[in-house]
Ligand binder design. Structure first.
Ligand SMILES: Nc1ncnc2c1ncn2[C@@H]1O[C@H](COP(=O)(O)OP(=O)(O)OP(=O)(O)O)[C@@H](O)[C@H]1O
Length: 252
């Protein structure tokens, strides 16, 4: 679903070139849930923005959901959903209305758009919130509305940038259930970044860790932990490969 080789992004700034992403290789198979971890400034968001066509790579090759990232970015966009960091729905907007506008932008007729909105809200256990303003929903519900926005056009691949940041533990665990169900029931492949190692451990099939713009390790949580030693946790893996504690980063 994702085949990226040698993906590089260099930002030219007044202070010189910043090599944010330095030749990463990312392979994600259909139906996988993959967690993307790294310290602050490691290159996670830049990589996500490259893979979702929001930034143009400096070099590399990539096929995303069957479309070439360079030759056919529009084809890529049709097949992917991207839920950026933080809330994207307006707190003052009515949930149903906002979703319907988005669905219309994807080319659905009014009746189709309404039906699709109902369907997506039901998938995310949000039936009945159409008439609510987003600002009146709980943090977890609002995050699910954000995800609903990204699912309206039935993407095969969903990118989530730190989907659970700012949520309480119960809402986080609840969201994991929804993400897993999207994969299990709808066949959606999920690539998400997170600052929470417990989340990666609980939710994903495979972990990629990026540091200084390079993938420093990857594997299933079990493989990565076994590589460190008996009783190792993903925190131990992270500390070993990056020399830093992710938990400190999350609150920094
Ligand atoms: N538009 C830009 N211009 C210049 N440098 C940038 C730009 N965007 C990102 N960078 C730099 O690229 C590096 C990677 O940033 P990026 O936001 O991808 O990291 P991240 O892993 O997502 O970090 P965080 O966890 O803090 O969100 C950082 O050094 C950052 O300062």
């Amino acid at each position: 679903m994702i085949h990226a080789i040698g993906l590089t992004k260099t930002f030219e700034t007044r202070k010189g070139a910043v090599e944010a992403v330095r030749g990463v290789r990312i392979e994600v198979a259909e139906g996988e849930i993959v967690a993307f971890l790294g310290p602050n400034g490691a290159g996670k968001t830049t990589t996500m923005r490259l893979l979702t066509t929001l930034l143009k790579p400096t070099s590399g090759t990539a096929t995303i959901a069957g479309h070439d990232l360079f030759a056919d970015p529009t084809g890529v966009r049709r097949r992917i959903g991207y839920v950026a960091q933080g809330a994207t729905v307006s707190p003052m907007g009515y949930v149903g209305e906002d979703l319907e506008v988005q669905a219309r932008l994807y080319g659905l007729r009014p009746a189709e758009a309404r039906a699709r909105v109902r369907e997506v809200l039901a998938q995310l256990d949000l039936t009945g919130v159409e008439q609510r303003v987003a600002g009146s929903l709980s943090g977890g519900q609002r995050r699910r509305v954000d995800i609903a926005m990204g699912l309206l056009h039935r993407p095969a691949l969903l990118f989530l940038d730190e989907p659970t940041t700012g949520l309480d533990p119960q809402s986080r665990a609840n969201l994991w259930g929804h993400i897993r169900r999207l994969r299990d029931d709808e066949g959606v492949t999920v690539f998400f970044s997170t600052h929470y190692l417990d989340e990666a451990d609980a939710l994903c099939d495979r972990v990629l860790i990026i540091d200084h713009g390079r993938i420093v390790t990857e594997g299933t949580p079990a493989q990565l932990k076994a590589g460190i030693g008996p009783d190792a946790t993903l925190d131990d893996v992270f500390l070993t490969v990056t020399g830093r504690e992710l938990r400190e980063e999350a609150v920094a």
